[in-house]
Unconditional design. Structure first.
Length: 254
């Protein structure tokens, strides 16, 4: 694991656990005390973490737009389950918006098996992988690449997406509660809102750790979303409210 990968993994762990001891971090990233100490010093210098009395926490978790790699380490099995369910909604000769979230990347093996797809994405990370698939006509937005996130953002990207109208939009979010869905970054929210607006069927992929979490920017109301796919059954209160306007799907064994 490189230094960059280890630091991204630390951020991913902290977003999930909120507060953790440095000793626990050393065990989770399989690194020495000195290596983790250097990582935390650098992350603290960047304003991303706070160290206090042998414990570490995120500096301001609601406003941090984590790197793609940090998000990729989170909830891998959950995202695999979500992608497996989402793949059922994709058929031959369909057009698809895919955002730059780490969750959508788990769909790649399924897309390779479906004929005649047209995929539009703002993801620097997804684009090279999709371009290897002869069954896919790929369209990649222009715009500014946000450092560390592998996302193409800004007005150019939004204007590019405006030129398309797709069968499906597949996207994720940073938080979800009974009032709607949330993003940590305004420009990320704008991209996803454009995808939602310009599609026949909006499909949200969200793992169970993001439930009952809010973030700084409102992404969408449930009226804007057709399906919510998650890895575990949400609580009954949430389902009672949301099922009035969209369908929530989770694995059968739940």
């Amino acid at each position: 694991m490189t230094i960059s990968e280890r630091r991204n993994k630390i951020l991913g762990i902290l977003e999930k656990k909120k507060v953790i001891t440095t000793r626990e971090l050393e065990e989770l990233v399989f690194s020495s005390t000195s290596s983790v100490r250097r990582d935390l010093l650098e992350l603290e210098k960047q304003g991303k973490v706070i160290r206090e009395h042998g414990e570490v926490k995120l500096a301001n978790p609601k406003n941090i737009d984590y790197s793609y790699e940090a998000r990729l380490y989170e909830q891998v099995r959950s995202k695999e389950l979500i992608a497996e369910i989402a793949s059922v909604f994709i058929g031959t000769n369909q057009s698809i918006f895919m955002d730059s979230s780490s969750t959508t990347s788990f769909l790649l093996p399924y897309l390779a098996e479906i004929d005649q797809l047209q995929v539009i994405t703002n993801s620097v990370k997804l684009a090279p992988e999709l371009n290897k698939m002869s069954n896919i006509a790929l369209f990649v937005s222009g715009g500014e690449v946000k450092y560390g996130t592998n996302s193409i953002l800004g007005n150019f990207a939004v204007d590019f997406l405006e030129k398309f109208y797709t069968d499906i939009a597949i996207f994720s979010c940073r938080g979800i509660d009974g009032n709607g869905t949330y993003e940590a970054n305004y420009n990320q929210a704008l991209i996803k809102q454009k995808m939602i607006k310009n599609t026949k069927k909006a499909i949200l992929l969200v793992d169970s750790t993001k439930f009952n979490m809010t973030h700084f920017f409102k992404l969408a109301y449930f009226e804007d979303i057709d399906y919510i796919i998650t890895d575990k059954k949400p609580d009954d209160k949430f389902l009672e409210k949301v099922n009035e306007v969209c369908e929530v799907v989770w694995p059968d064994f739940e």
